[in-house]
Design a protein around this ligand. Structure first.
Ligand SMILES: [Zn+2]
Length: 1095
C-alpha cells in the first residue's frame, strides 16, 4: 500500500490518545526491556499458501475500472392489474392465463450460472408515454458511459434476460396516484424498446449497433435464438470470480471474448470508454426464466426506440399487467450467486472484493482481510471524495460482527501473545499492528497505514525485510499476514489495572402469580439443573470458569446463599426495593460443580415455595440493580438472565404504567410508543455498562408490558430480549427452552469496548446496535455475543486516494468467558474510486438494507413513521437516479434502469417499508413493534435479509428422494400452488402452508390423517412418522432452525383457513393488509420518483 505518499500528515483521530478511556494504556513505544517472547502463538503454521500471490494489496489489485457498471433492466408495463388475489395466483396449477403464459417455467436459457452477479441490464420501462426524443437526447447528454451496459438485445419481453427491458405500459403512471394503487388496466402497449443501447444513442430505427458488438447481438432480432450470442455470461461462466460485478478489475481475468471491444487494459477516459468486455451483454437470467417469444412482448413499443428489424409477432394489444417474472427476482439472484460463487473459497487477499451473498454457502480463506462473516460493507469501492459520495447517496457502512461464530471448516482467530510488552501499536493513532503496516529502513521502523506516522520497531520485534520490503517472518505472524487475529491484552488493558475475575451468570426469576400459574417457574428450574453443566468454557477448558447466582422476585427480592458447605440453600429477602443492596456476598456467586447439591436443592424448592402465591405485582429496575450490585461486589463482569412476566407496577424505582395507545399510530406522537416512558432505565443501563453487566431479558407477557421501556437495559448492555406472548408450557416450552439453552451456552465477550479506526480520509461517524456510547468513538458493550452486530457508518473528512484505498480496523477489547483480557482485531481494505460506476458495481444490497433498516428503525424514535418512510424512499430514489444519470447507458426516460448490484434494492426496500415497525397492521401490538425494532438493531446481514424477505420453500415439488433443499419461490401468493405444501421462514416465524388440493397420500404421510379437512390448523408439531416425506420435511425444519439464532415455532396453516391471514402477512411481494404496496406497485412508484429527480 502506498500509504506513505498519499496520506496526509494529520491522523484522523488527531492526537494520540488512549483509546479506551478509563483503561490505562501502555504506550508501546519503546519498551526495550521486555524481551519478545518467541512466537507465542502456537498453532499458527507459517505462510498461508497462496498468499504470496498477492503480497501487496495495492499491487495485486487490478486497475480500477471506470466503465459503466452493469445494469439491470427490467421493464414494467404500466398498468398492471391488481394481482395477488388468490384466485389469480394459483398459476402453477391451473390453466394458464395470460400471465401464466408469460411465466416461465422451465429452464432458462440464460442460465444463471453464467453470469454471476453480473451485470444486468435491466430496464424497467415506461410507465408513461414513451419518451420523446427530446427526453432521450437530454438523457444522453448526461451520460458518460456505455460500455458496461449490456447492449441489450432489443427485445424485451422475450425473456431476454437481463438486459431486458420490458416495455411497459404507456401512460399508466398516474402522477397523482399513490403507489399503492395504480390504476389498473391501463395497458400499455408493450414492447420493448431496446434494452440497452450500449454506447450508442438510442435509436429509433434500428441502427446498427456499435461495431464493438458482435453481430448477433447487434442486429437484434428478438428471437429466442438471439439469446445465444447474448450469453456472454457463458463465456465467462467459468470465471465467476472475475466477474465484473464483484471485482473491480475483471477485464484482465476475462478471456477476450468476441464481444470484447476495447483493450483489456485500464479503461480509457470515461466519456469514451468502450464497453468492457466483462460488462457487455451479460445477463444472469435474473429476470426470470427465459421465455420463448411471446406475442405480447414481441412487437416494438410504439414510439419507443427499438431495433426495428425485429421479427417479433405483432403485438397483442390488450392491456397487460406487469409481468412479475420480468422484474428482478430475489430468488433468481440468490440462486445465481449460489451457482456462481458457492463452489470456490472466498480468498480475502485482494483489496475491495465483494464477497458472495449471505445466502450462499462458501468457505473463507483469510489472506489478509477480515472474513465477510466478521465485516460486510455496503460498498467495497468507495468514492474518493465526499462530493461524489453525496451525489450517489449510497451510505458507506460496515456491518461488523466481531465475535461471529464460524463454520467448523474455518479456524478461529489465532491468539498472539506478545508478553509483557503487549500488542504493537502506532504511537499516534494507536492502531494495532496489521498486514498493511509498511516496514521501512531495513525493518527498523514502520509507517502506520492509518495515520502515516513513522514508528520505531521495538528491538524484540525487529526482523529483516526481503527484497520486496516484506518482513521475512510475515507469514509466521498472524498480525502481519491475516485479516483477523487476537492479542492477549496486558494488565494495562484491564479495569483498575487488575486482571479481571471470571464472569458470573445470575438467574433472576419472577415468581409472581402469572409466572407460577403458567408453569414457567417449574419448567425453568427443572431445565437449569442440567443446563448449568453447559456454561461457556474457554478454549479447551474442562469446566467453565463462570460462577452462578440465583434471585427470585415479585414485589420484593429473594437472594439465595448456595455455598457448597451448606446443607440447604438459605433465602434472604430484601423488601426495601428503593435502595437495593445485596444482602450476602459469600455464598451468592458459586462454582456450579462445588455447590451442585445445594443448587439442585434450591431449584427443586423454588417452584414449591411460591406455588400458592397470590402476588401479582412485580418490580423490574430493582432486579437489575441487584444483579449489577452483586457483580460489582464480586468485582467481576457477567450476565443477568431475567425471566419476567408483567408490567412492573409495584411501587419501586422504574415503576411503569400502562401507556399503550394505538390511537397514536400514524400521528406525530407515534414515536412515543417506541420511547421509554422513564429515563430511569437509561441511567441504570449506564451503571450496568460500567460494571460489565450484560442483561438478557426473557419476557412472558399476557398483555402489554412496555417492551420499549423494559428492553432499554438489554439494548444498551449488549443483551438480548426474547418474548413469549401468552406463554403456555405445552405450546411454548420447546421454543423457550431451545432459546434458553442456546443463550446460556453461547460464547460471550464481557466488559467490551470496540473502536473502529480508519485510514485518513474517512471516519466512523455513526453506530447502530445494542451497546452504549459515552463518547463519539468508543462502542461500549457490557456483553457481546457471536450473534450481535454493530453497524458503523462512515463519512469522508478528506479526499481518498485510488492508489492507497481505504482501510478499516475494528479492535474489540473484551474479557473472555474464561476471564482472559483479549483484543480481537479485524482489518479490511477497500478500494476507492473516482468513477461513480465503480461504486455502483461494488455495492452489496443486502448490507445496504441492513443499514437502511437500522437507520429507519432508529428514526422512529424521533420522527413520525411516515417521515421515516419517505426519507428512505427518497434516498433510494436518489441512489438509483444518480446511477441512471451518471452510469447507465443512454436510454429512454421511460426505462427504469437499475444497477446490477442493486437491482433488488426496490423489492427489499419495500419490505422494510411495510414491516411492522414502519407500517403496522391491525393485529400488530405496540409491544411487538418495539420488540422487532430492537431485534433488528443487532441483526447481521443474513438475518435482515431473510427477516425482510422470507424464504418460501416448496416441499412437494421435488422428488422425496432428493437430498437438496428445494429452490425457494418468490414470496407471493401467486407462486403458491394449491396442490403443494410450502415452508415459509423469516428467522423468527416458521409456517407450513398446506394447499387445499394436496394429494391425500401426502397428507397422510405428513400429518397422519386421511384428508385435508382433518389437518389441525395451527398445529405446531408434525407427527413423527416413519416415511420418507415426513422425515424429509422434519429434517428440513430442523436444519432451518439450526441456522437461525432463535428457535422458530412451527405453525401449520391450511389454505383458506383463518390463520392464513397471518401467513399472508409474510408474502411480501404482495400488497399487504396494512396498506403496504406490492412489489410491482412499489417499483412503479420508485420509477416515478427517479424520473422526477432526473427531470
Ligand atoms: Zn497511526
Amino acid at each position: 500500500m502506498n500509504v506513505n505518499q498519499s496520506a496526509p500528515p494529520v491522523p484522523p483521530f488527531g492526537q494520540p490518545q488512549p483509546i479506551y478511556p478509563g483503561y490505562h494504556q501502555s504506550s508501546y513505544g519503546g519498551q526495550p526491556g521486555s524481551a519478545a517472547p518467541p512466537t507465542p502463538y502456537g498453532a499458527y503454521n507459517g505462510p498461508v499458501p497462496g498468499y504470496q500471490q498477492t503480497p501487496h494489496q495495492g499491487v495485486s489489485r487490478a486497475p480500477p475500472s471506470s466503465g459503466a457498471p452493469p445494469v439491470s433492466t427490467a421493464q414494467v408495463p404500466g398498468g398492471q392489474a391488481a394481482y395477488g388475489q388468490f384466485g389469480q395466483g394459483d398459476v402453477q396449477n391451473g390453466p394458464s392465463s395470460t400471465v401464466q403464459m408469460q411465466r416461465l417455467s422451465g429452464s432458462q436459457p440464460f442460465g444463471s450460472p453464467l453470469a454471476p452477479v453480473v451485470s444486468q441490464p435491466a430496464v424497467l420501462q415506461p410507465y408513461g408515454p414513451p419518451p420523446t426524443s427530446a427526453q432521450v437526447t437530454a438523457q444522453l447528454a448526461g451520460m458518460q458511459l456505455s460500455g458496461a451496459v449490456a447492449p441489450a438485445p432489443p427485445t424485451s419481453g422475450m425473456g431476454y434476460g437481463p438486459p431486458t427491458s420490458l416495455a411497459s405500459a404507456s401512460g399508466s403512471f398516474p402522477n397523482s396516484s399513490s403507489y399503492g394503487s395504480y390504476p389498473q388496466g391501463q395497458a400499455p402497449p408493450l414492447s420493448q424498446a431496446q434494452g440497452h443501447p450500449g454506447a450508442q444513442p438510442p435509436q429509433r430505427s434500428a441502427p446498427p449497433l456499435p461495431s464493438s458488438f458482435t453481430p448477433p447481438a447487434s442486429g437484434g432480432p428478438r428471437m429466442p435464438s438471439m439469446t445465444g450470442p447474448l450469453l456472454p455470461g457463458q463465456s465467462f461462466g467459468g470465471l465467476p470470480v472475475s466477474q465484473p460485478n464483484h471485482v473491480s478489475s475483471p477485464p484482465q481475468a476475462l478471456p477476450p471474448g468476441p464481444q470484447m471491444t476495447g483493450p483489456p487494459g485500464p479503461p480509457p477516459p470515461p466519456m469514451h470508454s468502450p464497453p468492457q468486455s466483462g460488462y457487455q451483454l451479460q445477463q444472469n437470467g435474473s429476470f426470470g426464466p427465459a421465455r420463448g417469444p411471446q406475442p405480447s412482448y414481441g412487437s416494438p413499443y410504439p414510439g419507443a426506440p427499438n431495433f426495428g428489424s425485429q421479427p417479433g409477432p405483432p403485438q397483442p394489444l390488450p392491456p397487460k399487467r406487469l409481468d412479475p417474472d420480468a422484474i428482478p427476482s430475489p430468488i433468481q439472484v440468490i440462486e445465481d450467486d449460489r451457482n456462481n460463487r458457492g463452489s470456490e473459497p472466498f480468498i480475502t487477499g485482494v483489496r475491495g472484493q465483494v464477497p458472495p451473498l449471505v445466502t450462499t454457502n462458501f468457505v473463507v480463506k483469510d489472506q489478509g482481510n477480515a472474513s465477510p462473516r466478521y465485516i460486510r460493507c455496503t460498498s467495497y469501492n468507495i468514492p474518493c471524495t465526499s462530493d461524489m459520495a453525496k451525489q450517489a447517496q449510497v451510505p458507506l457502512a460496515a456491518v461488523i460482527k466481531p465475535l461471529a461464530r464460524l463454520p467448523p471448516e474455518e479456524a478461529a482467530p489465532y491468539v498472539v501473545d506478545h508478553g509483557e510488552s503487549g500488542p504493537l501499536r502506532c504511537n499516534r493513532c494507536k492502531a494495532y499492528m496489521c498486514p498493511f503496516m509498511q516496514f521501512i529502513e531495513g525493518g527498523r521502523r514502520f509507517q502506520c497505514c492509518f495515520c502515516s506516522c513513522i514508528n520505531d520497531v521495538p528491538p524484540q520485534y525487529f526482523q529483516h525485510l526481503d527484497h520486496t520490503g516484506k518482513r521475512v517472518d510475515a507469514y509466521d505472524r498472524p498480525e502481519l499476514s491475516l485479516g483477523s487475529y487476537e492479542f492477549l491484552a496486558t494488565v494495562d488493558y484491564c479495569k483498575n489495572n487488575k486482571f479481571p475475575s471470571p464472569p458470573a451468570f445470575i438467574f433472576m426469576i419472577d415468581v409472581s402469580y402469572n409466572a407460577i400459574r403458567t408453569g414457567l417457574v417449574r419448567l425453568l428450574c427443572e431445565e437449569l439443573k442440567s443446563l448449568l453443566d453447559y456454561l461457556p468454557r474457554e478454549g479447551g477448558a474442562e469446566v467453565s470458569a463462570i460462577r452462578v447466582g440465583f434471585v427470585t422476585y415479585n414485589k420484593v427480592l429473594h437472594f439465595y446463599n448456595v455455598k457448597s458447605s451448606l446443607a440447604q440453600p438459605q433465602m434472604m429477602v430484601v423488601s426495601d426495593v428503593a435502595d437495593m443492596f445485596v444482602p450476602l456476598l459469600d455464598g451468592f456467586l458459586v462454582n456450579v460443580n462445588e455447590s451442585r447439591a445445594v443448587i439442585t436443592s434450591l431449584l427443586d424448592q423454588i417452584p414449591e415455595m411460591f406455588v400458592d402465591t397470590r402476588e401479582t405485582e412485580t418490580v423490574f429496575a430493582p432486579v437489575i440493580q441487584a444483579g449489577m450490585e452483586a457483580l460489582k461486589a464480586a468485582e467481576c463482569p457477567g450476565k443477568l438472565f431475567v425471566f419476567h412476566t408483567s408490567l412492573p407496577i409495584a411501587e419501586a424505582p422504574g415503576k411503569l404504567k400502562n401507556r399503550d395507545d394505538r390511537k397514536l399510530i400514524n400521528t406525530d406522537k407515534e414515536k412515543t410508543l417506541f420511547q421509554p416512558q422513564t429515563g430511569a432505565y437509561q441511567t441504570l443501563a449506564k451503571e450496568c455498562v460500567a460494571q460489565g453487566c450484560c442483561v438478557d431479558l426473557f419476557l412472558f407477557p399476557n398483555q402489554y408490558v412496555d417492551v420499549a421501556t423494559l428492553s432499554v437495559v438489554p439494548q444498551l448492555t449488549g443483551g438480548s430480549v426474547y418474548k413469549y406472548t401468552c406463554f403456555q408450557v405445552e405450546n411454548d416450552q420447546e421454543r423457550f427452552l431451545s432459546d434458553l439453552r442456546r443463550d446460556i451456552q453461547k460464547v460471550v465477550g464481557f466488559d467490551a469496548v470496540m473502536r473502529v479506526r480508519t485510514s485518513t480520509g474517512i471516519r466512523a461517524v455513526d453506530f447502530f446496535g445494542a451497546f452504549y456510547m459515552s463518547n463519539t468513538t468508543d462502542v461500549e458493550l457490557a456483553g457481546l455475543d457471536g450473534d450481535k452486530t454493530v453497524t458503523v457508518e462512515f463519512k469522508h473528512d478528506d479526499r481518498l486516494n485510488e492508489e492507497s484505498g481505504a482501510l478499516l480496523q475494528c479492535a474489540l477489547l473484551y474479557t473472555s468467558c474464561g476471564g482472559q483480557r483479549r483484543l480481537r482485531i479485524h482489518n479490511l481494505a477497500l478500494n476507492c474510486c473516482t468513477q461513480l460506476a465503480d461504486l455502483y458495481r461494488n455495492c452489496e444490497t443486502d448490507t445496504l438494507i441492513n443499514y437502511m433498516a437500522k437507520f429507519a428503525y432508529r428514526g422512529v424514535l424521533n420522527s413520525p413513521v411516515k417521515t421515516v418512510r419517505d426519507t428512505l424512499i427518497t434516498q433510494c430514489a436518489q441512489i438509483l437516479a444518480c446511477y441512471r444519470k451518471n452510469c447507465a447507458s443512454p436510454s429512454s426516460a421511460g426505462q427504469l434502469i437499475l444497477p446490477e448490484c442493486m437491482k433488488l434494492l426496490p423489492v427489499y426496500l419495500n419490505c422494510v417499508l411495510k414491516s411492522d415497525v414502519l407500517q403496522p397492521g391491525a393485529e400488530v401490538t405496540t409491544d411487538d413493534r418495539a420488540y422487532v425494532r430492537q431485534l433488528v438493531t443487532s441483526m447481521d446481514v443474513a438475518e435482515t435479509n431473510v427477516f425482510f424477505y422470507p424464504h418460501l420453500l416448496p416441499l412437494t415439488k421435488s422428488p422425496v428422494e432428493s437430498t437438496t433443499e428445494p429452490p425457494a419461490v418468490r414470496a407471493s401468493e401467486e407462486r403458491l400452488s394449491n396442490g403443494d405444501i410450502y415452508l415459509l421462514e423469516n428467522g423468527l416465524n416458521l409456517f407450513l402452508w398446506v394447499g387445499a388440493s394436496v394429494q391425500q397420500g401426502v397428507v397422510q404421510s405428513l400429518f397422519n390423517v386421511s384428508s385435508f379437512s382433518q389437518i389441525t390448523s395451527g398445529l405446531s408439531v408434525l407427527p413423527v412418522l416413519d416415511n420418507p416425506l415426513s422425515k424429509k420435511v422434519r429434517g428440513l425444519i430442523d436444519s432451518l432452525r439450526a441456522q437461525r439464532p432463535r428457535y422458530m415455532k412451527l405453525i401449520v396453516v391450511k389454505q383458506e383457513d383463518k390463520l392464513e391471514m397471518l401467513f399472508k402477512h409474510f408474502l411480501v411481494e404482495d400488497k399487504s393488509l396494512s396498506g403496504g404496496a406490492s412489489y410491482v406497485d412499489f417499483l412503479c412508484h420508485m420509477h416515478k420518483e427517479i424520473r422526477q429527480l432526473l427531470s
